[in-house]
Design a protein around this ligand. Structure first.
Ligand SMILES: [Zn+2]
Length: 100
């Protein structure tokens, strides 16, 4: 069972074991005064996935940059008035996007 830190307006700081599913205390078990739950050092929420998230973000950025480059080629082909080239490039881009 995790230990939660509370601060009572009368008694000051105290710790109490609670099930994680229990509602936070609203009043002090000693004096009945108003309490607030502090951010507990014993609450073990660890974001183990942060490294992966960073990697995913970087990959997504690279992917977005790549797609942008493909889109620029599309636009350039269209500006050049080369419809056949544009269609070919657009088809290639669509295939690339599906592979992502
Ligand atoms: Zn109290």
């Amino acid at each position: 069972m995790p230990i939660y830190d509370y601060r009572c307006e009368n008694c000051g700081k105290f710790e109490i074991k609670q099930r994680i599913t229990e509602d936070p205390l609203a009043s002090c078990p000693t004096c009945g005064g108003k309490v607030e739950r502090l951010i507990g050092k014993n609450i073990g929420i660890v974001f183990k996935g942060s490294g992966f998230y960073t990697t995913d973000t970087r990959m997504a950025k690279d992917r977005a940059r790549q797609i942008n480059q493909e889109r620029q080629k599309d636009n350039q082909a269209l500006l050049d008035g080369d419809i056949k080239s544009y269609v070919e490039q657009a088809e290639k881009t669509d295939i690339n996007i599906k592979e992502a």
